[in-house]
Design a protein around this ligand. Sequence first.
Ligand SMILES: C[S@@+](CC[C@H](N)C(=O)[O-])C[C@H]1O[C@@H](n2cnc3c(N)ncnc32)[C@H](O)[C@@H]1O
Length: 198
Amino acid sequence: MSRPAGIDFNRLYADADPFGYRTRWYEQRKRNLMMAALPRERFARGWELGCSNGELTAALGERCDALLGTDISAQAIALARLRVGPVSRVVLEQATHPAVWPSGQFDLIVFSEVGYYFEPGAFEQTVAALRGSLAVDGCLLACHWRHPFEGAQRSAEEVHLALQHSLALPSACRYDDSDFILQVWAPDPSVAQQEGLR
Ligand SMILES: C[S@@+](CC[C@H](N)C(=O)[O-])C[C@H]1O[C@@H](n2cnc3c(N)ncnc32)[C@H](O)[C@@H]1O
Protein backbone atom coordinates (compact mmCIF):
# COMPACT_ATOMS: atom_id res chain seq x y z
CA MET A 1 0.00 0.00 0.00
CA SER A 2 1.39 3.46 -0.87
CA ARG A 3 2.07 6.06 1.83
CA PRO A 4 0.28 9.23 0.68
CA ALA A 5 0.36 12.54 2.55
CA GLY A 6 -2.03 12.82 5.48
CA ILE A 7 -5.68 13.72 5.06
CA ASP A 8 -6.86 17.23 5.98
CA PHE A 9 -9.76 16.25 8.24
CA ASN A 10 -10.84 19.83 8.88
CA ARG A 11 -11.35 20.34 5.16
CA LEU A 12 -13.19 17.04 4.96
CA TYR A 13 -15.72 18.23 7.56
CA ALA A 14 -16.78 21.19 5.41
CA ASP A 15 -19.29 18.46 4.51
CA ALA A 16 -21.29 17.68 7.69
CA ASP A 17 -21.46 13.97 6.89
CA PRO A 18 -18.49 13.09 4.67
CA PHE A 19 -18.70 9.33 5.35
CA GLY A 20 -22.48 9.06 4.97
CA TYR A 21 -23.00 7.97 8.58
CA ARG A 22 -26.40 9.66 8.60
CA THR A 23 -27.63 8.48 5.23
CA ARG A 24 -26.14 5.09 4.31
CA TRP A 25 -27.87 1.89 5.42
CA TYR A 26 -24.40 0.28 5.22
CA GLU A 27 -23.25 2.57 8.06
CA GLN A 28 -26.44 2.13 10.09
CA ARG A 29 -26.14 -1.68 9.87
CA LYS A 30 -22.45 -1.60 10.80
CA ARG A 31 -23.21 0.66 13.78
CA ASN A 32 -25.97 -1.72 14.90
CA LEU A 33 -23.53 -4.65 14.65
CA MET A 34 -20.97 -2.75 16.74
CA MET A 35 -23.50 -1.92 19.43
CA ALA A 36 -24.75 -5.52 19.50
CA ALA A 37 -21.18 -6.88 19.73
CA LEU A 38 -20.46 -5.07 23.01
CA PRO A 39 -20.38 -7.78 25.67
CA ARG A 40 -21.95 -5.67 28.41
CA GLU A 41 -25.15 -3.70 28.64
CA ARG A 42 -23.54 -0.79 30.48
CA PHE A 43 -20.09 0.74 30.78
CA ALA A 44 -18.86 3.16 33.43
CA ARG A 45 -16.39 5.20 31.36
CA GLY A 46 -16.09 4.93 27.58
CA TRP A 47 -13.85 6.62 25.01
CA GLU A 48 -14.40 6.83 21.28
CA LEU A 49 -11.17 7.85 19.59
CA GLY A 50 -11.94 9.62 16.28
CA CYS A 51 -15.62 10.31 16.89
CA SER A 52 -16.29 12.15 13.62
CA ASN A 53 -19.70 13.86 13.47
CA GLY A 54 -20.99 11.96 16.51
CA GLU A 55 -23.28 9.37 14.98
CA LEU A 56 -21.69 6.34 16.71
CA THR A 57 -20.97 8.56 19.74
CA ALA A 58 -24.69 9.19 20.23
CA ALA A 59 -25.37 5.41 20.29
CA LEU A 60 -22.44 4.77 22.66
CA GLY A 61 -23.69 7.56 24.94
CA GLU A 62 -26.81 5.45 25.59
CA ARG A 63 -24.65 2.63 27.01
CA CYS A 64 -22.08 4.60 29.03
CA ASP A 65 -22.40 6.45 32.35
CA ALA A 66 -19.65 8.74 31.05
CA LEU A 67 -18.33 8.92 27.50
CA LEU A 68 -15.41 10.85 26.01
CA GLY A 69 -15.38 11.46 22.25
CA THR A 70 -12.22 12.91 20.71
CA ASP A 71 -11.31 13.91 17.19
CA ILE A 72 -8.40 15.63 15.49
CA SER A 73 -10.85 17.90 13.68
CA ALA A 74 -12.40 20.81 15.58
CA GLN A 75 -15.09 20.93 12.91
CA ALA A 76 -15.96 17.25 13.50
CA ILE A 77 -16.24 17.97 17.24
CA ALA A 78 -18.57 20.91 16.54
CA LEU A 79 -20.76 18.61 14.41
CA ALA A 80 -20.67 15.88 17.08
CA ARG A 81 -21.78 18.40 19.71
CA LEU A 82 -24.77 19.31 17.58
CA ARG A 83 -25.60 15.62 17.04
CA VAL A 84 -25.29 14.55 20.68
CA GLY A 85 -26.92 17.67 22.14
CA PRO A 86 -26.58 18.85 25.74
CA VAL A 87 -26.00 15.43 27.36
CA SER A 88 -23.75 16.01 30.35
CA ARG A 89 -22.41 12.45 30.47
CA VAL A 90 -20.91 12.87 26.97
CA VAL A 91 -17.81 15.06 26.74
CA LEU A 92 -16.42 15.93 23.30
CA GLU A 93 -12.90 17.28 22.82
CA GLN A 94 -10.64 18.17 19.94
CA ALA A 95 -7.40 16.18 20.36
CA THR A 96 -4.64 14.88 18.11
CA HIS A 97 -3.58 11.43 19.25
CA PRO A 98 -1.21 10.14 20.38
CA ALA A 99 0.39 13.56 21.12
CA VAL A 100 -2.58 14.41 23.33
CA TRP A 101 -3.89 11.53 25.42
CA PRO A 102 -6.72 11.41 27.98
CA SER A 103 -5.87 10.62 31.58
CA GLY A 104 -7.24 7.70 33.52
CA GLN A 105 -8.59 4.39 32.35
CA PHE A 106 -11.67 3.30 30.47
CA ASP A 107 -13.75 0.14 30.65
CA LEU A 108 -14.70 0.68 27.00
CA ILE A 109 -12.52 2.00 24.18
CA VAL A 110 -13.92 2.21 20.66
CA PHE A 111 -11.27 2.40 17.93
CA SER A 112 -13.41 2.36 14.83
CA GLU A 113 -12.40 3.36 11.28
CA VAL A 114 -9.41 5.30 12.53
CA GLY A 115 -6.40 2.95 12.70
CA TYR A 116 -5.45 3.42 9.07
CA TYR A 117 -4.88 7.17 9.39
CA PHE A 118 -1.93 7.23 11.80
CA GLU A 119 1.57 7.73 10.46
CA PRO A 120 3.99 4.89 11.22
CA GLY A 121 5.45 5.50 14.68
CA ALA A 122 2.33 7.36 15.81
CA PHE A 123 0.34 4.19 15.11
CA GLU A 124 2.63 1.97 17.20
CA GLN A 125 2.59 4.56 19.99
CA THR A 126 -1.21 4.77 19.86
CA VAL A 127 -1.73 1.01 19.98
CA ALA A 128 0.64 0.66 22.94
CA ALA A 129 -1.00 3.57 24.78
CA LEU A 130 -4.46 2.08 24.22
CA ARG A 131 -3.44 -0.94 26.26
CA GLY A 132 -2.43 1.35 29.13
CA SER A 133 -5.73 3.22 28.97
CA LEU A 134 -7.84 0.08 29.31
CA ALA A 135 -9.06 -0.67 32.82
CA VAL A 136 -8.30 -4.15 34.17
CA ASP A 137 -11.83 -5.21 33.20
CA GLY A 138 -11.78 -3.03 30.07
CA CYS A 139 -12.87 -4.05 26.60
CA LEU A 140 -11.84 -2.57 23.26
CA LEU A 141 -13.91 -2.64 20.10
CA ALA A 142 -12.26 -2.08 16.73
CA CYS A 143 -13.89 -1.99 13.32
CA HIS A 144 -12.17 -1.29 9.98
CA TRP A 145 -12.95 -1.18 6.25
CA ARG A 146 -11.06 -3.87 4.36
CA HIS A 147 -10.52 -2.15 1.01
CA PRO A 148 -7.52 0.05 0.15
CA PHE A 149 -8.28 3.77 -0.13
CA GLU A 150 -6.38 6.98 -0.70
CA GLY A 151 -4.85 8.17 2.56
CA ALA A 152 -4.77 4.77 4.28
CA GLN A 153 -1.41 4.00 5.89
CA ARG A 154 -2.23 0.33 6.54
CA SER A 155 -4.93 -2.28 6.01
CA ALA A 156 -7.72 -3.34 8.38
CA GLU A 157 -5.90 -6.67 8.90
CA GLU A 158 -2.71 -4.83 9.90
CA VAL A 159 -4.62 -2.65 12.38
CA HIS A 160 -6.37 -5.61 14.00
CA LEU A 161 -3.19 -7.72 14.13
CA ALA A 162 -1.33 -4.89 15.87
CA LEU A 163 -4.16 -4.54 18.39
CA GLN A 164 -4.26 -8.29 18.97
CA HIS A 165 -0.53 -8.26 19.67
CA SER A 166 -0.53 -5.20 21.93
CA LEU A 167 -3.70 -5.82 23.92
CA ALA A 168 -2.86 -9.44 24.74
CA LEU A 169 -6.51 -9.99 25.66
CA PRO A 170 -8.92 -12.71 24.60
CA SER A 171 -10.87 -11.94 21.44
CA ALA A 172 -14.47 -11.96 22.70
CA CYS A 173 -15.92 -11.90 19.20
CA ARG A 174 -14.98 -11.19 15.62
CA TYR A 175 -17.23 -10.49 12.65
CA ASP A 176 -15.68 -10.62 9.17
CA ASP A 177 -17.33 -9.92 5.88
CA SER A 178 -15.91 -8.89 2.55
CA ASP A 179 -16.11 -5.20 3.53
CA PHE A 180 -15.08 -4.87 7.17
CA ILE A 181 -13.67 -6.53 10.27
CA LEU A 182 -15.31 -5.94 13.64
CA GLN A 183 -13.58 -7.31 16.72
CA VAL A 184 -13.94 -6.99 20.49
CA TRP A 185 -11.21 -7.88 22.97
CA ALA A 186 -12.38 -8.36 26.54
CA PRO A 187 -11.50 -10.38 29.63
CA ASP A 188 -15.20 -11.12 30.25
CA PRO A 189 -16.83 -14.49 30.55
CA SER A 190 -19.26 -15.05 27.67
CA VAL A 191 -22.54 -13.13 27.76
CA ALA A 192 -24.39 -16.41 28.41
CA GLN A 193 -22.12 -17.05 31.41
CA GLN A 194 -22.66 -13.49 32.67
CA GLU A 195 -26.42 -14.10 32.49
CA GLY A 196 -26.20 -17.48 34.23
CA LEU A 197 -27.34 -19.39 31.15
CA ARG A 198 -24.44 -21.81 31.46
C1 LIG B 1 -13.76 7.58 9.59
S1 LIG B 1 -13.99 8.52 11.04
C2 LIG B 1 -14.58 7.30 12.24
C3 LIG B 1 -15.85 7.73 12.96
C4 LIG B 1 -16.39 6.77 14.00
N1 LIG B 1 -15.37 6.34 14.95
C5 LIG B 1 -17.09 5.58 13.37
O1 LIG B 1 -16.49 4.51 13.25
O2 LIG B 1 -18.25 5.71 12.97
C6 LIG B 1 -12.29 8.71 11.59
C7 LIG B 1 -12.08 9.95 12.42
O3 LIG B 1 -10.79 9.88 13.03
C8 LIG B 1 -10.29 11.19 13.15
N2 LIG B 1 -8.83 11.09 13.32
C9 LIG B 1 -7.91 10.71 12.40
N3 LIG B 1 -6.66 10.73 12.91
C10 LIG B 1 -6.79 11.13 14.20
C11 LIG B 1 -5.86 11.37 15.26
N4 LIG B 1 -4.53 11.21 15.08
N5 LIG B 1 -6.33 11.79 16.46
C12 LIG B 1 -7.67 11.99 16.65
N6 LIG B 1 -8.60 11.77 15.67
C13 LIG B 1 -8.17 11.36 14.47
C14 LIG B 1 -10.74 11.88 11.86
O4 LIG B 1 -10.83 13.27 11.98
C15 LIG B 1 -12.11 11.22 11.61
O5 LIG B 1 -13.16 12.04 12.07
